[in-house]
Design a protein around this ligand. Structure first.
Ligand SMILES: [Mg+2]
Length: 245
C-alpha cells in the first residue's frame, strides 16, 4: 500500500452489500488468459497460422478487445463475439472461411475450459474479501463474463466459499453498464435501497458508470494508481487501500 494515500473506507452502517467485478478486479484475467491462449496455441497446433504464441495472442487480443467494445453495450451478441474473436485472426492469417469457422467452433470451448482452470488473483484480492467477510457484509459478484466459465473461475481461484451471490449479465441477457442488470442484482440480494449497494470494479465504462446510473456507491479500482478525476464515483484506488469500519 502507498502510505501517502489515505485509505478508502467502507462504512458498514451505510452499505448492506459489496459487489465486485470479477475479471481484472479479483481475478487476474490478463495473466490467466495469456496462459490459456498459449496452451490453446500448442494444443490446437496454431503454428501453421501464427509464427509464435505471442503473435497468436497479439492478434487474438486485437480482435477480442474490439469485439468486447461492441458486446458490452449490446451491439453484437455473445455468440458473434465468441466465434469472431477466433475466426477473425485465423482468416487474417490466411485460413479459409470454412477452415476458420470449423476451427473457431473448437477453439471457443477449449479456451474457456482452460481459462476456467487458471488461478491467478489480483494482488490484495483475497485480503479484501476476508476484510469484507469479517465485517459481516455479504459479497456479490457482478460480471459481464460468460456463465460457462465464470463459476469455474471462482471455484478454481478458491473464492467460492467467500462469495454469497453471483449475478452475471448472461442471467438476464443485459450487460453492465445497463442499469437493468444492477436492478436485477438488487432484486436477487433483496436489498432494494440502491444507495446501500457498493460496486468495486476496474472498468469505468461498465462497472462504475453503471453503478452510478443505478444510484449505487462505487469504488473505481485502478491498479498502481489512485487518481482519475474524470470519474464521479466515491473513491478510486488500489484494493489494499480499502478498509471497512
Ligand atoms: Mg473487469
Amino acid at each position: 500500500m502507498n502510505i501517502s494515500e489515505p485509505p478508502i473506507i467502507i462504512d458498514t452502517n451505510k452499505i448492506s452489500i459489496v459487489w465486485l467485478d470479477l475479471d481484472d478486479t479479483l481475478i487476474d484475467f490478463q495473466a490467466n488468459s495469456l496462459r490459456a491462449l498459449e496452451k490453446v496455441y500448442h494444443l490446437q497446433q496454431l503454428s501453421c497460422y501464427f509464427a509464435s504464441p505471442q503473435e497468436w495472442i497479439e492478434r487474438y487480443h486485437h480482435y477480442n478487445s474490439l469485439l468486447w467494445k461492441d458486446y458490452a453495450p449490446g451491439r453484437i451478441t455473445r455468440e458473434y463475439l465468441k466465434m469472431e474473436r477466433f475466426r477473425m485472426p485465423l482468416m487474417e492469417a490466411g485460413a479459409s472461411l470454412d477452415k476458420a469457422t470449423a476451427l473457431s467452433e473448437i477453439l471457443d470451448p477449449v479456451y474457456l475450459s482452460l481459462l476456467g482452470e487458471e488461478k491467478q488473483l489480483v494482488p490484495g484480492a483475497r485480503d479484501l474479501l476476508v476484510k469484507i467477510k469479517n465485517a459481516g457484509l455479504p459479497i456479490g459478484i457482478l460480471s459481464n463474463g460468460f456463465v460457462e466459465v465464470q463459476h469455474k473461475k471462482i471455484a478454481s481461484a478458491g473464492m467460492k466459499d467467500m462469495i454469497d451471490i453471483v449475478v452475471l449479465s448472461d442471467d438476464i441477457g443485459v450487460n453492465k453498464p445497463d442499469v437493468r442488470l444492477f436492478q436485477h442484482a438488487m432484486k436477487v440480494s433483496k436489498e432494494m435501497h440502491p444507495e446501500r449497494h457498493l460496486m468495486i470494479g476496474d472498468n469505468p465504462d461498465t462497472d462504475i458508470a453503471g453503478a452510478i446510473a443505478a444510484g449505487w456507491q462505487a469504488i473505481h479500482f485502478i491498479p498502481n494508481s489512485s487518481v482519475n478525476p474524470s470519474l464521479l464515483c466515491s473513491s478510486t484506488g488500489e484494493l489494499d487501500r480499502i478498509l471497512i469500519k
